[in-house]
Design a protein. Structure first.
Length: 120
């Protein structure tokens, strides 16, 4: 009695195609997550820079320039708030990542207010 492998091969038809499709989808997912991570880190650095500059300028008494400078440095559509609390200028910059919306991207910077600068 001779066994034929022909029936077994037909049952596996398309298995390589499915495995390749799953592998390709996995690779694309990993690449998108890596790009999202790099983008999030870049946005975080920009938020840190914007908050630092805004706090420094508010501490010197230049609130209008602080917000304009922070808007230029911060990621697009970032929220920026500056205030003086107990003799310290506080700037908070927050942004939302488009690829990783669940990742919180924000920075807070504090600078001592120079003498002669009024609160408010």
């Amino acid at each position: 009695m001779m066994l034929s492998t022909r029936g077994i091969r037909q049952a596996d038809d398309g298995a390589v195609t499915v495995e390749a499709a799953i592998a390709l989808a996995s690779i694309v997912t990993v690449v998108v997550l890596c790009i999202g991570g790099v983008l999030a880190v870049s946005m975080q650095v920009r938020c840190v820079d914007a908050a630092r500059e805004a706090a420094r300028l508010v501490a010197r008494g230049d609130r209008e320039s602080a917000v304009a400078t922070a808007r230029r440095i911060a990621p697009q559509d970032a929220s920026i708030s500056v205030e003086i609390v107990d003799g310290f200028a506080v700037a908070v910059v927050s942004a939302e990542s488009t690829l990783l919306p669940l990742v919180d991207i924000s920075s807070e910077a504090v600078a001592a207010v120079e003498s002669g600068v009024e609160e408010g």
